[in-house]
Design a protein around this ligand. Structure first.
Ligand code: WT7
Length: 646
């Protein structure tokens, strides 16, 4: 990190003041007060929040146990049941008739499930799991479409203390197999299908394939019949969800659960090797999912309709489609299908039809919607929206501005949330009615989070870029990598062990206001002629050209410069004569000659995982002209590869 950082001329200078509103936190002063409380009394403040916001079976006496870092423990001698916090306590507080889940199927069918109904349903499912011999500590794989039963299954596991591991429905049978083996799951909960782009995506047959070899731990497969088509039923193994639940009582005492009990395992890709099973605890995780709903979204459970578009197969779906909104006693919206089906107006139609007030999605989705044109959002009434969130990757200022003007009508604050599967919940984000925003910056750490930017030695960097770290533990931090203690230590803690910092794997810089600007994974940071260059910066420059819809930039090793810039570009219109030179000049103008791509390759699409992440390792292989040795099983559109290869 000794090289000089390129100071981009793209540096944003626009600042948007937070709108005035009767919010939970409504001024910079409010943010500061909340943050200062942790400076003054770190443990006391966390302890108070945990006591105030959660319902405990047995109150903890110690907040943080840091005797054995990095194996931190939070509220460890307390007992708490997550499902009781998300369900029973609201029912007991008279909120039983409040809608917990609004669900819309892709064909347009709608279910509105109240807290009373959800509690009963979760109890039936919890009793069903118990009747199959599933106990506290067992692992259960959930491989489901976005239907209410996915959330019900998660909550039912939590109610009896079974550790769930949700596998994204678009993952292949092989990926599912690997996760079943790694967790040693006793049961798999799935569906005979879910609607995707007008057709049934059959999940059960994937489970059948996944279980053909190995996976001996699996005793039962539970099937929700959503697809209603013939499947290869295996009497000794397969259980019909409805039949199972029909036979149960709708009351199920919440099991006593220790605060540190593993609530779930969620797999995420590392920069190398096979996916890691990130382990999250019960109490600490839930506390932060709950609080960040209020901090980042100003969530008002009595009046908001919250829609996080993420699938429950991702951490965003765990924390912000299910646990965060429900722990607050609010209304969460789930949508089954493809966001652009039957057309690019579907998302906006759903927002209109259900009166969505807080909307949370990914920049990649925003960019796709920009490409579809403004007529789609303009055809719908989006006046109920009041807060707009984004997550998952740096948002380029152009997309931010579009979101702000076309969707938010310059009225809704844009909340750019930086966090990771590992952090459980938001780390950096502008509290929407407190913090002025700048397009492309996740702004400041939330109260309780101590983020910093350091050099390779762990010393704070004053100017320019560095490595993003979290300097103090936080309740929703990952508790480990399932079955691989060593990898947990090596990946996150070893680098700055002398400081006790958590290494996030992202590069970032701070501006003069102390705002954080994420520069992307450090594995994606290029070094061109001794200058550090964010791939994201170059992409942002390319996308700021009117001809470009999307761009992905990777490094290619270069004998003279160390690395050169290789860009893959998706155009909004057919390629015109000389465009390559024009774009290179454009990047040169936006950032500096050093960032000018040596190669630009045009394609109809970028290779993305089904979750929308650009597969950079694949692009690096293509750029280098090497054989592709990435796992492309999660690639949405396989045909794009040949085109990218030129
Ligand atoms: C990585 C974590 C946690 C939600 C979904 C992704 C990148 C995430 C932002 C943001 C810039 C972001 C980082 C991070 N990232 N949010 N607002 N701005 N980059 O979870 O799959 O665990 O990925 O996503 O590189 O390390 P994930």
């Amino acid at each position: 990190m000794t090289q000089e950082t390129i100071q981009s001329t793209l540096e944003e200078i626009r600042v948007f003041e937070p709108p005035k509103s009767k919010a939970l936190f409504s001024s910079l002063h409010d943010w500061k007060l909340a943050s200062d409380a942790f400076q003054k009394d770190f443990e006391g403040t966390w302890g108070n929040l945990a006591q105030q916001h959660l319902t405990w079976q047995k109150l903890f006496t110690q907040v943080l146990d840091e005797r054995n870092p990095p194996f931190y423990r939070w509220f460890a001698d307390g007992n708490i049941n997550l499902s009781e916090n998300c369900l029973d306590r609201h029912v007991n507080n008279g909120l039983g008739e409040q809608v917990a889940i609004i669900w819309e199927g892709e064909p347009g069918d709608v279910r509105r499930i109240t807290y009373n109904e959800l509690l009963a349903e979760v109890c039936l499912a919890a009793n069903g799991l118990k009747s199959l011999g599933i106990k506290k500590g067992d692992r259960v794989i959930i491989y489901m479409p976005m239907i209410p039963e996915a959330a019900i299954a998660m909550l039912a596991c939590a109610r009896i203390g079974a550790t769930h591991s949700v596998v994204f429905a678009a993952f292949s049978a092989q990926a599912l197999h690997d996760r079943i083996e790694d967790t040693g799951a006793k049961a798999v909960i799935t569906a005979d299908g879910g609607w995707r782009r007008g057709a049934i995506h059959d999940l059960k047959s994937c489970v059948d394939v996944a279980l053909t070899q190995g996976c001996n731990s699996v005793e039962h497969v539970l099937i929700v019949k959503r697809g209603h088509h013939d499947t290869n039923w295996q009497e000794d193994r397969d259980v019909d969800w409805v039949d199972l639940l029909k036979a149960q009582a709708d009351v199920c005492e919440p099991t006593i659960i220790e605060a540190e009990h593993p609530l779930f395992i969620l797999y995420t890709s590392g920069s190398t090797g096979k996916p890691k099973g990130i382990v999250h605890s019960t109490a600490g995780y839930l506390l932060w999912a709950h609080l960040t709903m209020q901090y980042s979204f100003d969530f008002k459970p009595e009046s908001d309709v919250f829609w996080c578009t993420a699938d429950v197969g991702w951490i965003t779906g765990h924390s912000y489609s299910v646990y965060g909104p429900l722990c607050n006693g609010g209304t969460t919206l789930m949508y089954e299908g493809v966001p652009t089906y039957p057309d690019a107006g579907r998302i906006w139609k759903i927002c209109q039809d259900h009166g969505v007030t807080v909307f949370y999605t990914a920049p990649t989705a925003i960019r796709a919607l920009i490409k579809a044109g403004d007529d789609y959002p303009n055809a719908y009434d989006l006046s109920k929206l009041r807060v707009l969130g984004t997550v998952g990757e740096p948002i380029n200022p152009e997309a931010w501005m579009w979101y702000h003007t076309v969707i938010g009508k310059e009225r809704c604050p844009i909340v750019d949330t930086w966090w990771q599967t590992e952090t459980g919940g938001h780390m950096l984000a502008p509290m929407p009615f407190s913090i002025p925003t700048k397009p492309g910056s996740a702004t400041l750490p939330l109260p309780g989070i101590f983020a910093g930017i350091v050099d390779a030695e762990g010393e704070d960097v004053k100017d320019g870029g560095g490595l993003l770290v979290l300097k103090k533990p936080w309740p929703s931090m990952l508790r480990g990598v399932w079955g691989d203690e060593q990898r947990f230590i090596e990946t996150y803690w070893e680098k700055f062990a002398h400081k006790g910092y958590y290494f996030a794997g992202d590069g970032a810089r701070k501006d003069e206001d102390g705002y954080f600007w994420i520069m992307g994974r450090v594995d994606d940071v290029l070094n061109v002629s001794g200058h550090r260059l964010g791939t994201m910066e170059v992409e942002s420059a390319l996308v700021s050209h009117h001809a470009v819809a999307e761009a992905a930039v990777v490094g290619r090793s270069d004998d003279i410069k160390g690395e050169s810039v290789f860009a893959f570009v998706v155009l909004k219109e057919p390629e015109s004569e000389g465009l390559e030179a024009i774009l290179r000049a454009h990047v040169s103008k936006e950032i500096g000659p050093i960032a000018k791509p040596d190669t630009i390759r045009f394609a109809d699409n970028l290779p993305k995982t089904r979750s929308g992440k650009i597969m950079r390792r694949l692009l690096r292989d293509i750029a280098a002209g090497r054989d592709i040795n990435s796992d492309i099983s999660t690639l949405e559109d396989q045909s794009v590869i040949a085109q990218l290869q030129g």
